[in-house]
Design a protein around this ligand. Structure first.
Ligand SMILES: CC(C)(COP(=O)(O)OP(=O)(O)OC[C@H]1O[C@@H](n2cnc3c(N)ncnc32)[C@H](O)[C@@H]1OP(=O)(O)O)[C@@H](O)C(=O)NCCC(=O)NCCS
Length: 191
């Protein structure tokens, strides 16, 4: 794993997590316009879909040394999606906390890329940033994302379920399940 300030790259067997470049903007916009990818996510504003979200990740990287990185496949440099770590931006019973998240372009689903990229991001979070815990959240219906959480050996306690304060009351995405992985648990699992 190399880390050179904001030019850092996190490498896994098939993938690299790296800062965003201009060539990512169109594939990111295409992924964000895909209804199946966005099924359980709040829609991006036109500003965010056309680059504002990417700009914000680069700012997070400067400020926090972490962000949702662009994920590139090593074999052909194709854009795979966005996976990364961010300080949770709202207040809830489990904050302050750092969350992990993922979205993968549909053409690349089912190849284990999200768990592979997430494992690399988790290693970075625990080994380089010395985080004590990483959390993840989604709606209960998002089975695909919960499968990724399970593959990462993150665990859910139903008493941690919460109403997302940034999502309006009555919205179908407001109630969320929370998964956790502590550095201590991760170290006991690591080969
Ligand atoms: C969740 C997501 C990142 C998983 O990425 P991935 O690289 O496909 O992950 P995996 O290959 O490990 O597959 C995870 C699960 O997705 C489901 N899945 C995989 N390929 C699929 C496909 N082509 N169609 C439907 N479901 C599929 C399976 O349930 C799979 O679990 P399994 O391996 O136990 O069968 C991806 O589905 C995605 O981007 N979803 C939309 C964005 C999103 O919801 N992000 C999370 C917000 S909290």
């Amino acid at each position: 794993m190399e880390r050179t300030e904001v030019n850092m790259r996190i490498s896994s067997e098939r993938l690299v997590l790296r800062p965003w470049i201009a060539a990512d903007r169109q594939p990111f916009a295409d992924m964000s316009a895909d209804r199946e990818v966005m099924e359980y996510l709040m829609p991006l504003s036109p500003h965010d879909a056309s680059g504002g979200w990417i700009d914000r990740q680069l700012e997070h990287l400067q400020e926090h040394g972490m962000c949702f990185w662009a994920v590139e496949r090593k074999s052909d440099q194709s854009f795979v999606g966005a996976v990364g770590l961010l300080p949770v931006s709202y207040t809830a019973h489990f904050t302050p906390a750092v969350e992990i998240g993922w979205r993968i372009a549909r053409a690349h689903w089912g190849k284990g890329y999200a768990p592979e990229a997430a494992r690399a991001a988790i290693r970075f979070g625990f080994e380089e940033l010395d985080l004590s815990e990483i959390v993840a959240n989604t709606v209960a219906e998002n089975v695909k994302s919960r499968r990724v959480m399970a593959k990462l050996e993150m665990t859910r306690d139903a008493s941690d379920d919460f109403d997302h304060p940034r999502i309006p009351e009555g919205h179908s995405l407001r109630r969320q399940v929370l998964y956790r992985l502590t550095q201590k648990q991760w170290r006991s699992l690591a080969p």
